[in-house]
Design a protein around this ligand. Structure first.
Ligand SMILES: Nc1ncnc2c1ncn2[C@@H]1O[C@H](COP(=O)(O)OP(=O)(O)OP(=O)(O)O)[C@@H](O)[C@H]1O
Ligand SMILES: [Mg+2]
Length: 263
């Protein structure tokens, strides 16, 4: 579905991530974790073609990403960035409606089917009561959910989510992640996301990719790769690792922070 080969990507001709390889199959739910500044958002921007590559290739369903039109990419892939800005005067419903743009020609207005999809996205992100509120008057969490609803209204096959739980209280975090997981399971929606919460990464992902200083440290099923040594190497913290009551999912409890060594 998504084949990334030897991708180099960065800013101002300086690569942050070099020779990055990743193959994502339909229905995967892959989470990228790693310290601040390790290149997680940069990779997501590269996959979403928000940044130009400095080398390598990305194939989306067999088509070279650089050769596809913006509209064709948007029909396949929706991207929720870490930092979003919307015109402050726009209502939530109007913002979500923009998710339908890739499916329309420039002169076409939204039809009944589009309105139904917008309605579905608004309801699934618990925004129905405030759909006519202007973005300027929303809280950080409401705004985050509005962007999520816009991405869902796009009806993508691949969802790229950069820290989708930022600004959300714990209830809304679980609600959004459960929703993404449900769409992943029922519709085989492919998900590539960035999370900071290691336990959420372990619980919700079929695969985890661990990044440090632009380099992949490990990739695989959470239960297989997330261990004490890796966490210490990547985050410089000691963790206790427990299994949940069913003996399958991991629970990581950070317990000690080490001073960064100089080498
Ligand atoms: N627009 C930019 N111009 C120049 N350098 C940038 C730009 N955006 C990010 N960087 C640099 O690229 C590196 C990787 O940044 P990136 O945003 O990918 O990190 P991240 O892993 O997503 O971090 P965080 O967890 O803080 O979101 C950092 O050193 C950062 O300073
Ligand atoms: Mg980031």
């Amino acid at each position: 579905m998504l084949k990334i080969n030897e991708l180099s990507i960065g800013y101002n001709s300086k690569p942050i991530v070099e020779n990055f390889n990743l193959h994502i199959e339909k229905g995967d739910m892959l989470t990228i974790i790693g310290p601040n500044g390790s290149g997680k958002s940069t990779i997501l921007k590269g996959i979403g073609r928000l940044l130009k590559s400095m080398g390598g290739t990305v194939y989306l369903d067999g088509k070279l990403l650089w050769e596809m039109s913006n509209k064709d990419i948007a029909k396949e892939m929706a991207c929720l960035s870490q930092h979003n800005t919307a015109p402050k005067d726009m209502t939530i419903r109007k913002l979500v409606g923009f998710g339908r743009t890739p499916h329309k020609t420039w002169f076409e207005s939204l039809n009944e089917e589009d309105e139904e999809i917008i309605d579905w996205a608004i309801k699934r992100t618990n925004l129905k009561d405030i759909e006519d509120k202007k973005i300027v008057n929303t809280s950080g969490g409401e705004r985050q959910r509005a962007w999520m609803a816009m991405a869902l209204a796009q009806e993508p096959k691949i969802l790229l989510l950069d820290e989708p739980t930022t600004y959300l209280d714990i209830n809304n975090q679980i609600e959004i992640l459960d929703l993404v997981k449900e769409l992943n399971e029922k519709l085989k929606l492919t998900v590539v996301m960035v999370l900071h919460d290691l336990n959420q990464a372990a619980k919700y992902s079929s695969k985890v990719l661990v990044l440090k200083s632009g380099e992949v440290q490990a990739v695989g099923e959470p239960e297989e790769i997330l261990d004490k040594e890796l966490m210490r190497n990547v985050y410089n913290v000691d963790v206790d690792i427990l299994k949940n009551q069913f003996g399958e999912k991991l629970i990581l409890i950070p317990k000690k922070i080490h001073k960064w060594s100089k080498e």
